[in-house]
Ligand binder design. Sequence first.
Ligand SMILES: [Zn+2]
Length: 264
Amino acid sequence: MICNYELTAENYHDRMANDLFWSVSQFKEFDRCEAMGLASVRGLYRREETDALLIGSYVDAYFSGELGQFIEEHRDVMFSKRGGGLLAKFQRADDMIQAVTKQPLMMDYLAGEKQVIQTAELFGVPWKIKMDVYRPGERIVDLKCVKDFGDLWDDSFGGRRSWVEFWGYDIQGAVYQRVVEAVTGKKLPFYLVAVTKEKIPDVAVIQIPQHILDAAAGLVEAKIERFDLIKSGDVEPRRCEKCEYCRQTKKLVEPVVYEIEEAE
Ligand SMILES: [Zn+2]
């Protein structure tokens, strides 16, 4: 399957582009809940833009050089009507930007081509990626704004996981690395430049090692065929009955019998 649709910064997030290509965020949504993933691709569901998400988007926009456009689009939500500065609840974003800017190592890893789009076929389906920072022949870097660097409980995993795996950044690295390799023939290391949303932001530059990227690629390979059949409408999605989308669209038919779950 070869896809000749030309992706640009303008159409990257379009319905058409999402139909034609798989993206890491689509895969992660399907992996969390197939019904939610499908609704999201079809434009029937969109995750709510919380204040925490907006703070991250602001920091992203600052370092990708898209701050002007971001401010234009979020003037009413994030900025004061009078002075035009960030509303108090969003000022953490400026602390985060400063925490990154004062680290020469982070600034070095954030230097390169910004928001670079590439497409390639992987695991039998077409993918699109948009890299935060691309240094051709050298490395791929993604900027992450997270709550903190603590582990998180993962229901589907049945245990605690590191924030890197909880948010699927290993999957992102695996797909980005393979798309770049398919396009250029070069296998590049994948790094996260990460800053936390804590009062005193924590910072890190992290390389995700190859064996973890390879394991994540294996997971994508094992699941993408079913997800693609769901996306094309050939297989019915399973509902998790727990996520926001499932709660919004839940229809109760009959009572369930209360059961105590046995610990394994
Ligand atoms: Zn669900």
